[in-house]
Write a new protein. Structure first.
Length: 218
């Protein structure tokens, strides 16, 4: 987390200093992009058959963009990457129990609407969002697939790879936050967000995450 915070601070510092010489013309009609450090809380879920999964807390990185329709409303999107560790218990129809631990690859893509309650430099805000989350268990779902090709002057080279268990799920959620806007358009945002999964069967989890963003309006 300290690495992410240091990266965001270094990225923001030059723009904050330069921004002090600009006039403040508001955000209406301006684009915004930002980079965010993410802390996602741990979560567990279980199905009716006894299978369960427990996902550890994790840090991640996000990139966000949006367009300010006026000084209150922004429409945009966000892309996030995380890799939390997890423990899983799988109960087969025959009653066999298998447990394993691995690292999950998680990508989030969402569209969102933001309402800034005030027009001044400091304002609370509310986000609503919907999109998709791609989950890769990094656990092989079968034997390796081997391919060979000719490379001169060494001849044939063969290599293999595994298909893994993956899932793409629809998610929706909301968040609340606080934004401070410097003169010139640089902003700092701190928010707390909750996302619900809609189509993972009886094991639909809800993920909660805190974000620290450095945003730039242009």
């Amino acid at each position: 987390m300290r690495i992410l915070l240091s990266f965001i601070t270094l990225l923001a510092a030059p723009t904050v200093v330069l921004g002090q010489g600009y006039s403040d013309r508001g955000l209406a009609g301006r684009w915004e992009w930002s980079v965010s450090g993410i802390y996602q809380e741990s979560e567990g879920s279980a199905s009716g058959g006894g299978s369960s999964v427990s996902v550890d807390n994790a840090y991640g990185l996000g990139f966000n963009f949006g367009y300010h329709l006026n000084d209150h409303f922004m429409l945009g999107g966000e892309f996030e990457w995380l890799s939390p560790d997890y423990d899983a218990t799988i109960v087969s129809e025959g009653g066999n129990v298998e447990t394993f631990s691995h690292e999950l690859t998680q990508f989030n893509f969402r569209v969102k609407g933001t309402w800034n309650m005030l027009t001044g430099p400091l304002t609370p805000y509310v986000d609503v969002n919907a999109g998709w989350t791609y989950l890769d268990s990094n656990v092989a779902d079968g034997p390796p697939i081997v391919g060979c090709w000719w490379v001169w002057p060494w001849g044939y080279i063969c290599d293999g790879y595994y298909n893994t268990y993956t899932e793409t799920a629809f998610t929706y959620g909301a968040g609340v936050g606080l934004r401070y806007r410097f003169v010139g358009g640089t902003m700092l945002k701190l928010s707390y967000n909750s996302y619900a999964f809609d189509d993972l069967g009886s094991a639909d989890p809800t993920l909660n995450a805190a974000k620290l963003e450095v945003a730039f309006a242009f």
